[in-house]
Design a protein. Sequence first.
Length: 194
Amino acid sequence: MEREIILKGPTLLLVPMKGDQLDELWEAGKNPAIWEFTSSKIRSKEDMRKTIETAESEREKGTQVPFVVVDQETGKIIGSSRYLDLSLAHQTLEIGWTWYQPEYWRTRVNTETKFLLLQHAFEQLGMNRVQFCTDSRNIRSQTAIARIGAHKEGMLRKHRIIADGYVRDTVVYSIIKEDWPFVKGQLQEKMKVN
């Protein structure tokens, strides 16, 4: 799979995550509210550096494709998302590790980001299934995932130990290739009115 993917939407640009973006990513991600329910916590610039290094390493192995989300109008990095758990043999992947600066929460940013990632996954990569996973306590994330048209499949109990030691239950959602035409239309409509 191509690892240097660039996705361009009406207002956002998704570009590969790289080490030279450290300062901008740290600036975008230093609000602790972003990391409340995530499996990793970014509490320092060094934490962000390690996260970028791990993402680059996973990209080289072909297991993840990490992106930074750039506001085209300002040129500013406002968050990140990625493909992970890639299985070309089964034509499946997960979209996750999504975070944005809080000022972009409940705006069109998540809709456009997910539209770009889903469109590429289904239309260029030929995926059969894209899944999303989130902490069962993270209602904001569950609402955002449902809003993009994903189907809630269930909960994986005691699924993951997160950075603070909490053993989380994970809620799983998916969009399959048969869903994509309808979901695509819904997302395009949302982007017109947002």
